[in-house]
Design a protein around this ligand. Structure first.
Ligand SMILES: *Cc1c(COP(=O)(O)O)cnc(C)c1O
Length: 386
């Protein structure tokens, strides 16, 4: 690894009002804190990259499907061309799979892009967005970037309190984010509870149902949100190829909504927001159901492995319906230990995710890895708690 050399050029003195003139709500944004990359830990601690286990970003430990890899290789030949700005092939495949018309489908540069577009389309200063405490960090970011107010509804045992979220809607509210399952808690609301929410929210409020971890739900919890699209013109279902489909690095997700809502949201979409490799890989990944099943099974087994390990260490955790689990690190003399344990895990080459920024200062979030990665984590955790 090369280290950065000293730059030849240096920035000028900053005029005092250049950055200060940005709207106060932009200056107040606390940027998203991603999981620590493997290369960074290797650099900082002098570790071999190959020896590092990263269980910090809910990525698919199997990598990407062979079909997606082959599609990427085929697409390489055409990279000098702009991608299809209408994203026709991928939208058609999603339409075919979901039964929802192409006109009501938008592809995003990751589902993060779709969450941002929904916010950009309807939020502004003086307007408000409702979401839960401990919900995905992008919701407050997307809201704040438009100068809108965040109405954060207290969670119940870490889960969304959906009736309270419905009651929290004000006349200024234009948007609501619901993550099901939620990250970083892994909590899940059954279909009936979401249906009740949709019936109780005024129809001028867009409800974004974020199903990033949908495919990890056990059979008895599965539901098909697309059937609600026929009844609720204000519903937007957002899904991603970053998690079970194993394409996090390519950035691609999709959203289903009323065609007129799609027409509105398309106005804030960049013309070529999703690159050609991502479009081709997502199309191939969508068809590789064997890979999805394998990933699902691996995740269930890994979750059981971690839960058994936590039990052995007498640790409590938040029961999770996704591909990660948040474990409670006991305090010492009243002081939170999660960051101490996080640092000790890093020294042992294991990257997990602190969630203090989610008002969970006593938890660490662990993404389910391969069996040997989970085992390495559990050994390192035992040593780190000692
Ligand atoms: C990971 C995640 C996403 C997806 O992010 P991408 O931008 O698609 O990679 C969306 N919502 C939640 C709740 C997530 O955890």
């Amino acid at each position: 690894m090369s280290s950065p050399s000293s730059p030849l050029l240096s920035p000028p003195a900053m005029p005092s009002d250049l950055c200060e003139q940005a709207p106060a709500y932009v200056r107040a944004i606390a940027p998203y804190q991603p999981g620590k990359p493997i290369s960074e830990l290797a650099r900082e601690y002098g570790l071999q990259e190959a020896s590092i286990v990263k269980l910090a970003s809910n990525e698919n430990p199997l990598g990407l499907s062979g079909a997606a890899r082959a599609a990427i290789e085929r697409e390489l030949a055409d990279l000098a061309r702009y991608p299809d700005g209408n994203q026709f092939d991928l939208k058609s495949a999603i339409s075919h799979r979901t039964g929802w018309p192409v006109e009501g489908i938008i592809i995003g540069n990751g589902s993060n892009d779709l969450l941002e577009m929904a916010a950009a389309a309807v939020l502004a200063p003086g307007r408000a967005c409702v979401f839960s405490q401990h919900a995905f960090a992008v919701y407050p970011l997307a809201t704040q970037a438009r100068g809108a107010e965040s109405i954060v509804v207290p969670a119940r045992e870490f889960a969304h309190d959906l009736p309270a979220m419905a009651r929290a809607v004000t006349p200024a509210t234009r948007l609501m984010f619901v993550a099901n399952p939620n990250n970083p808690t892994g909590t899940f609301a059954p279909a009936a509870a979401i249906e009740t929410l949709l019936s109780s929210v005024p129809d001028n409020v867009l409800v974004v149902l974020d199903e990033a971890y949908n495919e990890y739900l056990p059979a008895e919890c599965r539901y098909d949100a697309t059937r609600w699209l026929g009844r609720h013109a204000n519903l937007i279902i957002v899904r991603t190829f970053s998690k079970v489909y194993g394409l996090a690095g390519l950035r691609v997700g999709y959203a289903l909504m009323h065609p007129q809502v799609a027409d509105l949201i398309n106005r804030v979409r960049q013309p070529f927001n999703v690159n050609s490799l991502a479009l081709a890989a997502a199309l191939a990944a969508l068809g590789d159901s064997a890979f999805i099943e394998r990933s699902y099974a691996l995740n269930r087994a890994g979750m059981a492995q971690l839960e058994a390990g936590f039990r052995e260490l007498s640790l409590n955790w938040i029961p999770s319906f996704a591909n990660f689990v948040s474990v409670l690190i006991p305090r010492r003399e009243g002081k939170p230990q999660a960051m101490v344990v996080f640092e000790r895990l890093l020294r042992r080459g294991v990257i997990v995710r602190p969630v203090a920024g989610y008002q969970m200062p006593d938890h660490l979030r662990i993404s389910i890895g391969l069996p040997e990665e989970n085992a390495r984590f559990l050994v390192a955790l035992r040593e780190s708690l000692a």
